[in-house]
Design a binder for this molecule. Sequence first.
Ligand SMILES: Cc1cc2nc3c(=O)[nH]c(=O)nc-3n(C[C@H](O)[C@H](O)[C@H](O)COP(=O)(O)O)c2cc1C
Length: 217
Amino acid sequence: MSNSIIDDLLWRKACKKYDPTRKVSEEDLAVLFEAMRLSASSINSQPWKFIVLDSPEAKERMNKTFSRMHEYNKPHVLESSQFILFAYNPQYNRENYDKVVDQYIEDGRVKAEKRDDAYRVYPFVEFNTDETGSTVPWTRAQTYIALGNALHTLARLKIDSTPIEGIDSELVNEEFKKELDGYRCDVALAIGYHHEDDYNSMLPKSRLKMEDVLVRI
Ligand SMILES: Cc1cc2nc3c(=O)[nH]c(=O)nc-3n(C[C@H](O)[C@H](O)[C@H](O)COP(=O)(O)O)c2cc1C
């Protein structure tokens, strides 16, 4: 199949070794961040926060969180260009949605006098909130949409990346408590350019067959 979208997706491979000398340009970073911000989310809740670890100090703090587990992912922190924490709001509530509605009005999507109409979808938040006020399964899922969108955007920009669930969430959430401000991180993304020794970049792409994953009825 010859198609530029498919070509980009075949090109992207989870990077297993970064070239520490290469940095992503500010111009490309701006495109990536805007793509992440534009990601779709359930009822446009946008229950996420992206913490970009860019400075040597921030990366050093992340590096420390690998002291107990997932050592194999540790090199990515210092060798990648940026390491991004994808965090979610574990207790999404009406105040959070108020902010979305304020933005609808500012963006001209909803007229100020029709504000109440924008709350017609709010019961969906209640439907996804348990008796303790937790919205974790729902809000956490939204971060993966932003993550997928970031992966595709990076592929189009020809920037390598590694989605990383192998982090010590407990230590990460403790270390970045201030920046996370009540949000939680269970998944991260390293970005940059692969080292010439990156074994994964040399392996062929492999996926299950179409008939194993897709049913058309
Ligand atoms: C949600 C998620 C978490 C992942 N966690 C890790 C990880 O912790 N470390 C790692 O090296 N790769 C990780 N990967 C990369 C996958 O192993 C990789 O995407 C998969 O094997 C498919 O290969 P490809 O991305 O090269 O096509 C993760 C991928 C996803 C989507």
